[in-house]
Design a protein around this ligand. Sequence first.
Ligand SMILES: *[C@@H]1O[C@H](CO)[C@@H](O)[C@H](O)[C@H]1NC(C)=O
Ligand SMILES: *[C@@H]1O[C@H](CO)[C@@H](O)[C@H](O)[C@H]1NC(C)=O
Ligand SMILES: *[C@@H]1O[C@H](CO)[C@@H](O)[C@H](O)[C@H]1NC(C)=O
Length: 447
Amino acid sequence: MRFVWIFRVFFISVFLNGTCGDRGNLKKFWKPCFVGDQIENTCTDPSNSCHGKSDKQFKLVRLEGVKTGHVQWLEVDDGRKPVKLITRAMTPLVLVVISLYVEIPDFLSEEECDHIITLAKESGLQTSTSGYFTYDGDLDEELALADSDWTLAPEQAFAGNYSLWDANGDGSIDAQEVKAFAGKHKQLYLDDEEVQEMVKHLQINDELRDGRIKEQFFNKLNINKIMRYMNFLKDKSPRHRFRFSQQAWLRQDKTADPVLRRLHERVIRLTKLPRRIVQGGEPMQVLRYEKFGHYHGHLDSTIKDPTVPCCHQNHLRAPDCRVCRFITILYYLNNVEEGGETAFLIADNTTTTPDEIENSKAATNEFNLSINCHSANLVLPPMKGTAIMWYNNFIDPDSGLLGAVDRSTYHGGCDVIKGEKWIANNWLTAPTKYSKHIKSMFDTGFD
Ligand SMILES: *[C@@H]1O[C@H](CO)[C@@H](O)[C@H](O)[C@H]1NC(C)=O
Ligand SMILES: *[C@@H]1O[C@H](CO)[C@@H](O)[C@H](O)[C@H]1NC(C)=O
Ligand SMILES: *[C@@H]1O[C@H](CO)[C@@H](O)[C@H](O)[C@H]1NC(C)=O
C-alpha cells in the first residue's frame, strides 16, 4: 500500500510543479475551491473568467466497447483515409462497468510523428522528476567521504563478511558474485556492464586483473566505498529509479503549431467528447526514453475523495487537489529497436483484481516493469503512428460527469532495451458533478 501511496503523492507533485502554473485572474474568484459544496459555490458567477458554460446536455461519453478485437473505422481528417479502431472491451465481474482500450494504427502519419519530435526538441526536454528522488547527487563527492572513513554503518556491517560475497566458496569473488551480492543483499540489480563500470570507478580493477578478488585483497578494500556506490545507484541513478525519461510540454491552443491543432480536431472526432472537454485537456506531453528508460506501473488519475477539487480546476491552488484525467491518448512517435512496450498490469483480466495488485506483498515487483513487463496482462509494443487510448475514470451514472477511477488501468512503460523511444500523451481532463461549471485552467482559448 505504501508503494501505491508514494506514486499518488508523486502524481500530485508532478502535476503541481510541472503544469499548474500561474494562470487565470485570481482577483476574479470570489470563493476558494476547496471541498464539496464549496466547489459548487466557486466560479458560479458567469462574469468570472473561471466560469465555464454549463448547458444541461453537457455530458461525458465513452466509446462503445463491443468485444475484444472489435474493429470500427474513424474518419480522422477530411481527405484522409479512415483509420481502424481496435477495441478491447472489458466486461469483468461487474457487467455494468466496462473498461475499454482502443488501439488505432496510423492515427498519426510518419511526418506528423517526426514533426512532433522536432517541436519537442526545439522547445527543450527536461528530466522528469520522480517522487522523492532527483538526479542531483554527486557520486564522486559521495565517494570522497568514504576515503576518509572506512567504517561501515551497523546496518551495512554484513558487507564486510567475505563469505557473503564469495557465494560458491571457491576463495575468490568474480563479477557474477558481485552481481549476486548486490541483488541478494541490496536489492540492487546490476548488469554486467554496470559491474565493470563500478570496479573501474572504484579503482578495484587492479585486484580484478584476473577477474577475481581474493580474500587477501578483499581485506584491503574500502567496503564502505563500495556500499556508498551501490546506495547511490539505488537512489539516484536513472536506471534504478521509478521513472526515467525526459519531457517537453507542447501547447495545442489557438496559437499552437498547425499540426498540433489539427490533431486536436482529430481527437474530438475520435473521442466524441464535447469540444470544451478536449480544449480543457493538458498540453501535449512529449517524452523521450533512452536506453533503460521506463516508467513503472501507475494510474493517470488520482484516487481521492470525490469532493477534493480536480487539479485542472484548482484556480485558487488549494493545497490538496486530485488529477482528473478522464482519458489518456498515448501516441507512439517512433519504432523502438527493442523494448519500450506499454504494459497494462490488469487490463481485461477477470481474475487479477486491483486490490490484489495493490496489497500484494510483492507489490513493488508487480509494479516494477523492468522485471515484470511481460507478465502484465496487456503489452503493446511501440509502433510509429499508432495511438492507444483508454479511460482512467468511469462516468458517474447520476451526473454523466467524471466518476471513480478505474483501477484496472494500472500501466507503465517497459525498459527500452535498444534504441530510444518517443511518445506523446494527451490527457483529457474532465469535471465532476461538483465542478461542472468551472473552466479548466488549461482552456486558454482555441477558437
Ligand atoms: C558471514 O556469513 C556467513 C555466511 O552467511 C555466516 O555463516 C557467518 O556467520 C558470517 N560471519 C559473520 C562474522 O557475521
Ligand atoms: C526494478 O527492477 C530493476 C531490475 O531488477 C531494478 O534495477 C530496480 O532497482 C527496480 N526498481 C524499483 C523502483 O524497485
Ligand atoms: C490473470 O492474471 C493472473 C495473474 O497475472 C494470471 O495468473 C491469470 O492466468 C490471468 N487470467 C486471464 C484470464 O488472463
